[in-house]
Design a protein around this ligand. Structure first.
Ligand SMILES: [Zn+2]
Length: 436
């Protein structure tokens, strides 16, 4: 294949598309009904953790209302430094103020002096004097492309939905602060052309933190969490916890909502591209991982509407968003209550989970009504995906019997994940995705 095959953005999108997780054992409830005092059990400072998962602030209706506002034409695609981007910023400040999330610095705003954007930063002060200086960061980028396809690109999935979930969680946590502090970050300037540059909001923050990174225990990043990589999949991907045992323990302990299809895996599955192209980071987690911080990246992956004007509110799955939010808020609660400080080891892997996830995604892609059917893909793709599945099953058998995967076996796992991502995303034609 030619060089175009590998531009980083392409494969990157593919990888993300592969896995996602959903949430919600709690049935989707009606709309938010305001104050839920007494709903959650123990009060702030109590030994018993509050159960945030039942908060009406995390209902499907509440999350879609926020998403709908951010993805409205009035905000004009939320490009950084534009009037629409400023409207989005002001809206987030007013919502944080309303629900009692304090400014993390003077007035919530961190101007990105290396570019045109502005991060919005709030904090929920920890209830424990001993642990309040420790922070868990929950975050999502709020900017989008402005215009594309000659139209407004409203970015409902990218990333109004992620912002809505972070805002809902922040407001629920503010009602009964956990022992650790929670930093709430809405990053600006994630989208091209500032992606992975010094003008990207998350990178600017990592270089100019409001709370010292030494006091930052874990960073959670949401991007593309409102829709599916293909219609009807229902998957929700949680990536990166393999590099922090304490983060993995928080995920193990969190309640898993019934009906949420959660897939955990290492970032390497979606980042390390085939054909020797190298690593492609996909979102705001990169700046923090590069600072050796434990990161958890939630994404449902790139689909055919990614970075097009078709990424509208009508594409969002509100029920799945609610499940995702109810699951994630319990993960945050576990982290914010845990005694242990999360550690990071970039060399750690969990190939058991990697193989399980690749097998599950490939099974779903090949099933009746799965990706191949849904996207009208041909026989060659089916053959390729079946080969990926055979390799993934062999890898799973090997690690289950105590074996260690070699480089080529790990590469085959990545190929399976990345082939699904490639076909699901809008960039490449079918033959290109089958080149590797
Ligand atoms: Zn984007």
């Amino acid at each position: 294949m030619n060089v175009r095959l590998l531009p980083s953005s392409l494969l990157l999108s593919l990888a993300l598309g592969a896995a996602m997780g959903g949430v919600s054992a709690v049935a989707c409830q009606g709309q938010s009904d305001g104050d839920d005092e007494g709903d959650g059990g123990a009060g702030a400072g109590d030994a018993a953790p509050v159960d945030y998962t039942a908060s009406p602030l995390l209902s499907e209706a509440a999350l879609l209302e926020t998403s709908d506002h951010l993805a409205s034409d009035e905000l004009d695609g939320r490009d950084e430094g534009t009037p629409g981007g400023i409207l989005a910023r002001d809206y987030l400040v007013s919502r944080l103020t309303e629900c009692g999330v304090e400014p993390a610095l003077d007035g919530y705003l961190q101007p990105i002096t290396t570019g045109q954007g502005t991060n919005v930063l709030g904090v929920i002060r920890g209830a424990s004097p001993a642990r309040a200086e420790r922070h868990v960061v929950i975050s999502a980028h709020y900017d989008h492309l402005g215009h594309c396809d000659g139209d407004i690109c409203n970015g409902a999935n990218d990333n109004a939905a992620g912002v809505a979930i972070v805002l809902g969680m922040a407001c629920a946590l503010a009602e009964a602060p956990p022992p650790r502090s929670v930093m709430v970050a809405f990053w600006d300037a994630e989208e091209p052309p500032t992606f992975l540059t010094a003008a990207m909001g998350s990178r600017f923050y990592a270089d100019n933190p409001v709370v010292p990174l030494e006091q930052t225990d874990a960073v959670i990043v949401l991007d593309l969490v409102g829709a599916d990589i293909w219609s009807g999949f229902g998957g929700h991907f949680l990536l990166g916890a393999d590099q922090s045992p304490e983060l993995a323990a928080a995920l193990d302990a969190a309640k898993q909502p019934e009906g949420l299809l959660i897939f955990r895996a290492g970032l390497h599955l979606v980042e390390e591209q085939p054909l020797g192209i190298g690593r492609q980071p996909w979102s705001d987690y990169d700046a923090f991982r590069n600072k050796q911080k434990p990161v958890l990246f939630l994404s449902n992956g790139q689909n055919r509407e990614y970075h097009t004007s078709a990424d509208e509110i009508s594409s969002l799955d509100g029920h799945k968003m609610e499940l995702e939010a109810r699951h994630l808020v319990d993960v945050v609660s576990q982290l914010a209550h845990a005694e242990a400080t999360p550690t990071f080891d970039g060399a750690r892997t969990d190939h058991v989970r990697d193989a399980e996830t690749v097998i599950a995604v490939l099974d779903a892609a090949l099933a009746n009504g799965g990706m191949v059917d849904n996207l009208g893909l041909g026989a060659e793709t089916t053959t390729k995906l079946e080969g990926d599945l055979t390799a993934a099953r062999a890898a799973a058998d090997k690690v289950a019997s105590g074996g260690t995967l070699g480089e080529s076996e790990i590469r085959r796992l990545r190929d399976g994940a990345q082939r699904v991502m490639c076909h699901a995303a809008p960039y490449y034609n079918e033959a290109t995705c089958n080149v590797f």
